[in-house]
Design a protein around this ligand. Sequence first.
Ligand SMILES: C[S@@+](CC[C@H](N)C(=O)[O-])C[C@H]1O[C@@H](n2cnc3c(N)ncnc32)[C@H](O)[C@@H]1O
Length: 288
Amino acid sequence: MYERVRAIIPAPMLRLATMARRSYRLWRVRQRLAGMPEPEPGSQPVPPPRFLVDWLGIGGGDFGSIGRQFVGYLRDYCDVRDGASVLDVGCGLGRIAVPLAQHLGSEGTYMGIDISSEAIAWCRKTITPLYPNFRFQVSDIHNAAYNPKGRMSATGFTFPCADGALTCVFAISVFTHMRPAEVECYLEQIARVLRPTGKYLLTFFILNDESTRLIREGKAQFAFAHDVGGCWTANKAVPEAAIAYAEPDLRRMLADAGLDVVEPIRYGSWCGRGNYTSGQDMVIVRRT
Ligand SMILES: C[S@@+](CC[C@H](N)C(=O)[O-])C[C@H]1O[C@@H](n2cnc3c(N)ncnc32)[C@H](O)[C@@H]1O
């Protein structure tokens, strides 16, 4: 029914309706943030409302349990302990930051960076007052899915961290929305800010023999049917909605940035495989 109504509405009107809906949601987010009181000292950060999670496009599943799951991976695969200094690239609404706050202790330092001003406003309002060592920074970087009006390019971005300063860097469900030149720039930045013994946890959609077979069999969440130059997208209109890399290309990009994969890659369930660790493919990397 919805599709039939859409089909008879002229395209310019549909675009106008989409813009109006987006502006209304943005307004609701800003109203909600403006009206929120400072959190009580000693309380727990409030979880973001579902509409905000959906509006930003954080993904499905239980927000709290996915965050805790990733803190477990950071502890087990990247040795993130009490007192660690970490960078969360594309931190979103603090899904990882909140459970990590209990894990890092007051000696640890956390920096979350993102391109969504609403996401960073949420984190600053709900997390930093309770955990002052958790800081958040926004950059107005363009991304067709997450910040279509952004004025800067990800390809020239410098992370706000000193060389070799960090124990761990992670980017969860972020390179799944970025083009090759952007990923290459971020990998170089990650290599720059990490200590020689540090590790990164990165997630991707990886195309290899198994995932492409499962895509052909119709078992995958995304088909990644469109080649958009060095990567594949599931959405031709907004390629950044979901981007995948062929495994040899990804390995080459990592090697070019001076990074070694800590084997094995922990493949995800996104393509319908039965034996998986998480939803996306998880790659642990360290400096060569
Ligand atoms: C699917 S969400 C994941 C958020 C968070 N990592 C998590 O797991 O909850 C993708 C996030 O990446 C951010 N993002 C997209 N492009 C980015 C870029 N070039 N630099 C930093 N963040 C970016 C988006 O604004 C969004 O918050």
